[in-house]
Design a protein around this ligand. Structure first.
Ligand code: MRU
Length: 343
């Protein structure tokens, strides 16, 4: 059985240490918001919604101290691209200030209850995304996914992998190709582990094999998650998502993003406004502890890329599937909550 991504016990957060997977299942204990921020920075916990939920628990712990605002800022600065982090921090911050006049132990209880609510809500949202998304897949289908947008990247169930879980629950047979996802191998280490644990037919490919795979086998869809979606539909996700979308367009394969409403950021007019995280070059200079390049050779290591909205067939949310032109459908989705054409 797949181990839980986050566990809240006795006012402490236990995070499944994703740096050690798939070979070691170990939990890191976080007793403060600063511990949580460190765990986000060093990738103990990763994946946009899981980071958001972890940050919410971090602020539940921070509510007991005088340094709440400092903790909120430390968490906000821990990773730049995924917007679920600031979404969760702002939600917890508003609640904290709205209850500022209350006795401290009461604020703590309110904040804890809110973090638990964010955790539970995320799982329910992912189930809804899954139910809308599975309707896009055939009875017997083959798909490609990139990075890990599964139970391990969320509070549970997953977004892109939630679509495959829901398809399987609906009795569909889905074969999944998982891109290994260089440089940190979230596809090989996490997605393959997660899907295999749940009995899926999963095959790992290196990122560079996806286009050739599309040319040789019938691929029904590509489904990935997202870290931030701009007002025009441009979508930031793990580096390599953009090239996968280009290959999908060339081969006529539908390309879907699966993401909750908390991943939309209409303050970003387009992908050009999305902050991209650049990580240490050592991730490219080495592979699982083995050096493949000397330090004096330059590397470039953006952790995310932006897939232009033009390449996206549809965005699967908890309110339904939106389609181009995205500027209008996103505005409608976020303001009126319309949609739900397919289920
Ligand atoms: O660097 P990571 O592992 O945090 O990147 C994760 C991704 O890019 C996921 O696809 C994204 O956060 C969506 S998770 C539901």
């Amino acid at each position: 059985m797949l181990p839980e991504t986050l566990k809240w016990k006795n006012n402490k957060l236990f995070l499944l240490d994703q740096r050690d997977l798939p070979f070691n299942v170990r939990y890191a204990e976080c007793g403060s918001a600063e511990d949580v921020a460190r765990a986000i920075r060093n990738m103990t916990v990763r994946g946009a919604p899981a980071i958001g939920a972890a940050a919410a628990y971090g602020l539940a712990m921070a509510a007991a101290s005088e340094d709440f605002e400092e903790s909120a800022e430390t968490l906000l600065a821990s990773r730049p691209t995924d917007v679920n982090l600031s979404w969760a921090v702002e939600r917890m911050r508003r609640l904290y200030h709205a209850n500022a006049g209350m006795p401290r132990d009461q604020i703590c209880r309110i904040m804890e209850a809110e973090a638990v609510k964010i955790h539970k809500e995320d799982i329910e949202i992912n189930r809804k995304i899954g139910s809308f998304g599975q309707a896009l897949l055939p009875e017997n289908g083959t798909v490609i996914t990139h990075c890990n947008a599964g139970a391990l990247a969320t509070a549970g169930y997953g977004t892109a992998l939630g679509v495959f879980r829901a398809a399987s629950e609906a009795g569909k047979k889905i074969k999944i190709y998982a891109d290994e996802t260089r440089p940190r191998l979230q596809g090989a280490r996490l997605t393959a582990f997660e899907l295999f644990a749940d009995g899926f037919d999963v095959t790992v490919i290196t990122d560079s094999m996806a286009a050739f795979l599309m040319s040789r086998r019938k691929i029904d869809a590509v489904v990935t998650g997202a870290d931030r979606i701009a007002a025009n539909g441009d979508t930031a996700n793990k580096i390599g998502t953009y090239s996968l979308a280009v290959a999908a367009r060339f081969h006529g394969v539908p390309f879907y993003i699966a993401a909750p409403l908390s991943t939309f950021d209409i303050k970003c007019a387009s992908g050009a406004d999305i902050p991209i995280e650049y990580r240490d070059g050592s991730e490219v200079r080495g592979l699982c502890g083995t050096r493949v390049l000397p330090d004096e050779i330059e590397v470039w290591n953006p952790s995310f890329d932006v897939t232009p909205a033009d390449l996206i067939t549809g965005i699967i949310t908890e309110r339904g599937v939106i389609r181009p032109p995205f500027a209008g459908s996103i505005r409608e989705l976020l303001t009126e909550g319309a949609v739900t054409d397919e289920k």
